[in-house]
Design a protein around this ligand. Structure first.
Ligand SMILES: [Zn+2]
Length: 146
C-alpha cells in the first residue's frame, strides 16, 4: 500500500517536472538563493538610511542628487534581482528549477552556480539579449529571464 503510493507520487513528479532536471541538487541552490536574498534585503534596508541622510543634507544638492540617482539605480537593480530570486524559489518549490523557461532544456549547473536565479539557458539568454538590444520595449522579456 505504502510502496504503491510512493511509486505513484514518483511518477507524478517525473510527469510534472521538466526533463533532465533531476541531476540538479535543489537543496544547494535553495541555500544559495536564500543567502543571496537575505544579503540583498539587508542591502535595501541599509540603503534606505543612506537615502534619508542624503535628503537631510541640502548644502551639496548636486552631489546629493547624484548619489540619490545612484542609490535609486542600485535599489532598482537589487529589487529586480530579488524578484528573480523569488521566482527561482518558486520554481524550486514547483520542481521546475534548472530548466530553461524558453526552450525547457536543462540549464547547465555551471551557469546556475554563477547565477542561481537564472531562468534561461545561455543560448536563449543570448537571443533575448540581442532582441533587447534591438528594442527598448523589453520589459516583457526582462521579466521572463534573469
Ligand atoms: Zn533555453
Amino acid at each position: 500500500m505504502i510502496i504503491d503510493h510512493l511509486t505513484r507520487s514518483d511518477e507524478r513528479t517525473v510527469m510534472k517536472g521538466t526533463r533532465n532536471v533531476n541531476t540538479i541538487d535543489d537543496g544547494n541552490f535553495l541555500a544559495l538563493l536564500k543567502a543571496k536574498q537575505k544579503e540583498l534585503l539587508s542591502t535595501i534596508s541599509n540603503r534606505d538610511e543612506i537615502l534619508i541622510e542624503a535628503t537631510a543634507d541640502e548644502i551639496d544638492s548636486l552631489q546629493q542628487q547624484l548619489s540619490r540617482d545612484i542609490a535609486v539605480r542600485n535599489l532598482d537593480r537589487t529589487s529586480r534581482l530579488l524578484r528573480d530570486i523569488q521566482k527561482a524559489l518558486i520554481r524550486i518549490d514547483a520542481k521546475t528549477y534548472g530548466a530553461c523557461l524558453t526552450c525547457e532544456e536543462p540549464i547547465p549547473v555551471r551557469r546556475l552556480m554563477v547565477l542561481p536565479w537564472a531562468s534561461c539557458c545561455v543560448s536563449c539568454q543570448e537571443a533575448i539579449d540581442s532582441q533587447q538590444a534591438k528594442s527598448d520595449h523589453s520589459s516583457f522579456t526582462m521579466d521572463l529571464c534573469a
